[in-house]
Write a protein that binds this ligand. Structure first.
Ligand code: PEP
Length: 250
């Protein structure tokens, strides 16, 4: 099964209109040929989405960082999937560990958000990953299995879903799992998806690695079997770093 690499940037709660210069530099690089082999995605804060879509044209996709389960209604401060789609977003991250930790998001809520994303025509980037304590307890694969079962709704396909494996202890810490550990986790996720969704769709869902990806470690992480790209936080804020990571994709 051939899957195109996807390098996705998650700007988190960073960036004002001044940051669009970085996005424009990414777009220029993509126009210069980067996007021929790699799909590029940036998920800026919702406040920048509209301007980012205008700046990005066709070469770089834009996404939200979260969406509500409902399409509209009395949910002050929230953003719905149809609102993101209306601005030109094509993807939305759901279940990021920061949302699971800061907002108590459960697997069931994440699955409902993924369905809301699909209903709006968006691709759901569903994040899963173990905490440091779970890793130390030897529970990594059982946590991933539980999260895949409960956070990924029935009906997932290669076209509507991307899974991001993000060990919580690796996010923003500069720490990464060994290449062998990433290989084990991604092989397990692939097997699990194929068993549930069949070899066709389970084999087509792209599996991203996320957690302290930077230019210096991108090549070895992206070369691992079943790693179809990366979800990049801090290093996606600077065009030069993001472009270097994209260039490392096979
Ligand atoms: C993330 O926020 O999804 C992430 C992986 O962050 P960082 O690359 O900064 O570890």
């Amino acid at each position: 099964m051939t899957r195109r690499s996807l390098i996705a940037g998650n700007w988190k709660m960073n960036g004002t209109r001044a940051s669009l210069g970085e996005l424009r530099a990414m777009v220029d690089a993509a126009r210069g040929g980067l996007s021929a082999s790699v799909d590029l995605l940036v998920c800026p804060p919702a406040t920048l989405l509209s301007a980012a879509v205008e700046a990005a044209g066709e070469v770089l996709a834009l996404g939200g960082q979260d969406c509500h389960t409902a399409a509209s209604g009395a949910h002050t401060g929230d953003v719905s999937a149809p609102m993101l789609a209306d601005l030109g977003a094509r993807f939305v991250i759901v279940g990021h560990s920061e949302r699971r930790a800061d907002h108590g998001e459960t697997d069931a809520l994440v699955a409902a958000k993924a369905k809301a994303a699909w209903d709006a025509g968006l691709v759901a980037v569903i994040c899963i990953g173990e905490t440091e304590a779970e890793r130390k307890g030897g529970e990594t694969l059982s946590v991933l299995g539980r999260q895949l079962a409960a956070s990924v709704p029935d009906g997932a396909t290669g076209a509507n879903t991307v899974i991001a494996y993000e060990p919580v202890w690796a996010i923003g810490t500069g720490l990464t799992p060994t290449v062998a550990d990433v290989a084990d986790a991604h092989a397990f996720m692939r097997r699990t998806l194929e068993e549930r969704f069949g070899a066709g769709e389970g084999g087509a869902v792209r599996l991203l690695y996320g957690g302290s990806v930077k230019p210096s470690n991108a090549a070895e992480l992206l070369a691992v079997a079943n790693v179809d790209g990366a979800l990049v936080g801090g290093a996606s804020l600077k065009a030069a770093d993001f472009i270097a990571i994209c260039e490392a994709a096979p």
